[in-house]
Design a protein around this ligand. Structure first.
Ligand code: ZN
Length: 100
C-alpha cells in the first residue's frame, strides 16, 4: 500500500512577516527579480525564496505564469536576440507597468 503523503505542509508555520500590500514590499522585491528568475540567472537560494513566495502568493504566481508564457512565445519567434541594453530597458518598462 502506498501512502499518499505529499510534501504539502498545511499552513503550519506560516511566517507572520509575509505581508501583502499589493504592489509594494515583498511582492515588488520579487517582481524586480522575476525576469532574471525565469531566465535562470539567479542564485539557487534566491530562487528558493521566490518559489516559496509564489506558493503563498496567488498574485505573483499568476504574474510569473503569464510572464513565463510570454517569454516562451517570444522565444519561438524567429527574432534576433536582444542586446543587453534592450533587455535592461524592457525589464525596466515591465517593472514600471507593474507599478502602475
Ligand atoms: Zn506576492
Amino acid at each position: 500500500m502506498t501512502k499518499k503523503q505529499t510534501a504539502a505542509p498545511k499552513k503550519q508555520s506560516k511566517p507572520l512577516s509575509h505581508r501583502h500590500t499589493p504592489g509594494q514590499g515583498h511582492c515588488m522585491d520579487l517582481l524586480r527579480q522575476l525576469s532574471a528568475y525565469i531566465d535562470d540567472e539567479l542564485p539557487s537560494d534566491i530562487c528558493r525564496e521566490i518559489r516559496t513566495h509564489l506558493g503563498a502568493c496567488p498574485n505573483c504566481e499568476v504574474f510569473i505564469a503569464s510572464l513565463r508564457q510570454t517569454v516562451t512565445l517570444c522565444r519561438h519567434r524567429p527574432v534576433p536576440p536582444l542586446k543587453s541594453s534592450d533587455r535592461v530597458s524592457m525589464r525596466r518598462a515591465i517593472l514600471d507597468a507593474a507599478k502602475a
